[in-house]
Design a protein around this ligand. Structure first.
Ligand SMILES: *Cc1c(COP(=O)(O)O)cnc(C)c1O
Length: 357
């Protein structure tokens, strides 16, 4: 069976030697040496703003929304993983959906201003599949209206835009290091923030508000990454360049072999150094998708309908039409893409798809 993704397992000996350090330190959590080393490794290797590692990729969204959403209206994308919308509702904010661009699949920046009301507190788009939103336009709208920009950058490990880490745009960016993501710590995530004062609030908020063992700076929650998670991250991190370059070849092969007179794929925003995190294809109709998905499954290939449904269709949000997002959600399929998949497997998969079409 070939699945849409395959978690990268580094050599077990290398993982064991990181785990051994934990035993030597006799220290399992509360911002231990491995967590701090992984934070530094990510910040220096990828030139990111300062970051805090977290227990998963959802809790940083919740912290950002708690601090900056303030139970107001949050402008967001309907085309993302459910965590984006769910976090907004979970933090007692109201999601205000703005439809997406049909080529890049990210929020249509031209429609944002019309959605702003006196109750709007923040804009929270997703750089979906690691493809940057129009960050300049969004940041300009946010400054004009004095709104906070929180990017759900869960898919963006390693992405550069105009030579800068994508995490350096907006007020806050979050990332996920879940096992299915490009870079992973089993479960895990991070929150990036270049503003010193806001960073400090995020920092104490993610560890119960602690300022040393006896003092508290403010209210907080537990979003800490453990040393066990960081050990996986430190073991995987040195492989990331190889992982990304193999995935680039895989995507190149799909691009070469698939029949793009019928299919479409995502248009990567110019000036982007992409991370090849997902390979979505878009069919003309849902019926076409269903036929191809079935043909793949019959041959032991399991793609995924990322992302379905369009998030404005969730049972806990107010019904509103998002024609572009709904159309894309119904006709998009993510094809297998991993460090282990071979180019001959890509040829086989492409053949099955082209013949089914
Ligand atoms: C994976 C994902 C998340 C959540 O991350 P977890 O680490 O699974 O909590 C949030 N947003 C998007 C867009 C995601 O794909």
């Amino acid at each position: 069976m070939i699945h849409v993704t395959k978690t990268f397992f580094p050599p077990i000996e290398e993982y064991q030697s990181q785990i051994k350090r934990i035993w030597q330190n006799q220290w399992l959590t509360n911002r231990g040496a491995l967590v701090q080393e992984l934070e530094e490794g990510i910040e220096t290797n990828y030139n990111t703003p300062p970051l805090i590692l977290t227990s998963n990729g959802t809790v940083p969204l919740q912290i950002a929304l708690r601090l900056k959403g303030k139970r107001g209206e949050v402008i967001t994308t309907p085309f993302s993983y459910v965590a984006t919308t769910a976090s907004i509702v979970w933090e007692y904010c109201t999601p205000v959906f703005v439809d997406i661009d049909p080529e890049t699949f990210s929020i249509d920046e031209k429609l944002i201003e019309a959605a702003i009301t006196p109750n709007t507190t923040a804009i929270m788009p997703t750089h979906v599949f690691g493809n940057p939103c129009d960050v300049e336009a969004i940041d300009a709208i946010a400054s004009k209206h004095n709104l906070t920009v929180i990017y759900d950058a869960a898919h963006c490990f390693g992405v550069l835009y105009k030579g800068n880490s994508i995490f350096s745009y907006g007020d806050i960016s979050t990332c996920s290091f879940h096992a299915t993501k490009l870079f992973h710590t089993g479960e895990g995530g991070a929150i990036f923030c270049g503003d010193k004062d806001l960073f400090e609030v995020i920092d104490y908020s993610h560890k119960f508000g602690h300022d040393g063992p006896l003092e508290f700076k403010g209210l907080g929650v537990n979003a800490k990454m453990s040393e066990l998670q960081a050990a996986m991250g430190l073991t995987v991190l040195p492989y990331m360049d190889n992982i990304i370059s193999h995935r680039k070849k895989v995507v190149g092969k799909y691009m070469e072999l698939l029949d793009f007179s019928i299919l479409k794929t995502m248009k990567i925003r110019p000036n982007t150094e992409w991370n090849y995190s997902y390979f979505p294809i878009v069919f003309q109709t849902e019926a076409q998708l269903v036929v191809v998905e079935k043909a793949l499954q019959d041959n032991g290939v399991i793609p995924r309908r990322y992302f379905y449904p369009s998030l404005n269709k969730l049972p806990y949000v107010k019904e509103i039409k998002m024609p572009v997002s709904e159309k894309i959600a119904k006709t998009i399929l993510c094809l297998p893409l991993s460090h282990e998949i071979s180019l001959s497997e890509i040829a086989r998969i492409s053949n099955i798809i082209n013949s089914a079409l």
